[in-house]
Design a binder for this molecule. Structure first.
Ligand code: F6R
Length: 241
């Protein structure tokens, strides 16, 4: 794993955005894996800015997202569909039909998981996958204990994850209990992975990722088995490394 140290969140966002822009310029038909949450918002802002100023085009790009809550419609402001449109898709020239996010309102979730895996397969795999990290080491919504062999599946969200995400909801009770997520094996199939971490709240997780064992109790540790992973983290997130 390659570690890039950023002075602060803005610099972290710049480094990550320039890597993605470079990828899209080199391969205008690239498939980019995206994440939601607070951490990638700065990256998305810079992709929009670059699209508007320098004309980088996403007309032929496809995107796949890591996860979606179950039981929240795509037009609900708390859905990851809504988040992605607001934070990125509505502001660049990507056709929405080339953006793929698991459907949290599917009638048959097993079928939806298989469908999502086929989408990624038909796109030829993910060229570069952006990841955040949970304080408990989750990637996507793969909570501690998830098999490294897992593919897209339905998960019960850990209480700590629901609490962390409750900042976006009126109350903890409103946070969904289940989600659909790419599995760890699905994430590991990506040709390249960029993991972002910002702030002191991620310091323990980053230290464990860098120095700890490969262990299913710490999902992000699977990344140690991947050949092309870059961690981009700011000083606060790297303070225990
Ligand atoms: C989001 C996702 C999660 C987040 C993680 C960190 O699609 O899959 O794993 O990346 O919870 O979230 P933030 O960035 O809000 O700290």
């Amino acid at each position: 794993m390659n570690i890039l140290r950023a002075d602060n969140y803005d610099q972290l966002s710049k480094i990550a955005a320039s890597k993605i822009i470079e990828k899209v310029r080199a391969n205008p038909k690239a498939t980019i894996g995206l994440a939601t949450g607070s951490t990638p918002i700065g990256v998305y802002k810079l992709l929009i800015e670059d699209h508007k100023t320098n004309g980088t085009t996403y007309k032929q790009v496809s995107t796949v997202n890591l996860d979606e809550y179950i039981g929240i419609s795509r037009d609900d402001p708390n859905s990851y569909h809504y988040f992605m449109r607001e934070q990125l898709f509505n502001h660049i020239d990507i056709p929405l039909e080339q953006t793929y996010i698991p459907n949290g309102m599917a009638e048959d979730f097993l079928l939806e998981c298989t469908r999502f895996e086929s989408v990624i397969h038909e796109l030829g795999g993910v060229d570069v996958q952006l990841l955040g990290i949970g304080q408990n080491g989750h990637i996507g919504f793969n909570e501690p204990g998830t098999s490294f062999k897992s593919r897209t599946h339905v998960v019960t969200l850990a209480e700590s994850t629901r609490k962390a995400n409750s900042r976006f909801f009126p109350s903890l009770d409103d946070v969904p209990t289940h989600a659909i997520t790419m599995g760890i094996a699905t994430i590991m199939d990506s040709k390249e992975i960029i993991l972002l971490a910002s702030g002191a709240s991620k310091a323990k997780a980053i230290a464990r990722l860098v120095h700890g064992e490969v262990d299913e109790d710490f999902p992000a540790s699977a990344l140690k088995l991947h050949k092309n992973v870059t961690i981009i983290a700011d000083i606060a997130a790297l303070q225990l490394v």
